[in-house]
Design a protein around this ligand. Structure first.
Ligand code: PGA
Length: 252
């Protein structure tokens, strides 16, 4: 069976006190309910070390929301991959649509960030997804294929042991509008085919592909029941333990 993963993308939310309060409760719930899915939280950089310390005896893993592509140097305000691993953070989200749209991160930059993460043996949760206009123009499959090719196709097959893809249609993020389970499945199957064509069936069939965009406890079970959907990247609903647990346990 492929890995099942539910990752909470905290974005620019929760200070250290709020974050600690959330993960203390979350850790208790996860210990009690023993979910099938791996559980990941992603605090802001400044709160990572504190959350890692709090979760050290739990099954919950901690990821960063971004990383700089350079090893070190004159890059004021940035964080390097080795700084993350030094505090016990072994995973990073890259290519989130907010990073692409608001901070202008393009495919070429993201490919470098992926390399920086891999040089430090981190796992990468790589986000892809089309804008509404692109879907309306029926270009969504091409857009997603291109994001994968430009961001990841320079890698060797074995790198995919440390990649999780997250399909997040931009029109479904934070809007309350979710892709239908059928739309998600259709795109996830396409993504798996793109990987299969380049890297072969073994790599493709092992690769976890998460869906993101307004996932809630009420729709998680149905979306996650689709064959090629291996979990979710969760924004808003990850900020409340009850909602997040409703999604985390959807595979149970
Ligand atoms: P959302 O965000 O669940 O609030 O739509 C998902 C994401 O941006 O990862």
């Amino acid at each position: 069976m492929r890995r099942k993963i539910v990752a909470g993308n905290w974005k620019l939310n929760l200070d250290i006190n709020q974050g600690l309060e959330l993960v203390k409760e979350l850790a208790k719930e996860v210990a009690e309910k023993n979910p099938v899915a791996e559980v990941v939280v992603t605090p802001s950089f400044v709160n990572l070390a504190g959350i890692v310390a709090e979760l050290k005896d739990s099954k919950i893993e901690v990821a960063a929301q971004n990383v700089n592509e350079n090893k070190n140097g004159a890059f004021t305000g940035e964080v390097a991959a080795n700084m993350l691993t030094a505090i016990g953070v072994e995973k990073v989200i890259l290519g989130h649509s907010e990073r692409r749209a608001i901070y202008g991160e393009d495919d070429a930059l993201l490919a470098k960030k992926v390399d920086a993460a891999f040089e430090n043996n981190m796992e990468v949760i790589f986000c892809i997804g089309e804008q509404l206009e692109e879907r309306k123009e029926n270009r969504h499959f091409d857009v997603v294929s291109e994001q994968i090719e430009k961001g990841l196709f320079h890698l060797e097959a074995k790198a995919f042991d440390k990649i999780v893809l997250a399909y997040e249609p931009v029109w479904a993020i934070g809007t309350g509008e979710t892709a239908s389970p059928e739309q998600a499945q259709e795109m996830h199957a396409h993504i798996r085919k793109v990987i299969d064509t380049k890297y072969g069936v073994e790599v493709a069939s092992k690769l976890p592909i998460l869906y993101g965009g307004s996932v809630k406890p009420a729709n998680a079970k149905e979306i996650f029941s689709k064959e090629d959907v291996d979990g979710g990247l969760i924004g808003g609903a990850a900020l409340k333990v009850e909602d997040f647990m409703g999604i985390v346990t959807a595979f149970n």
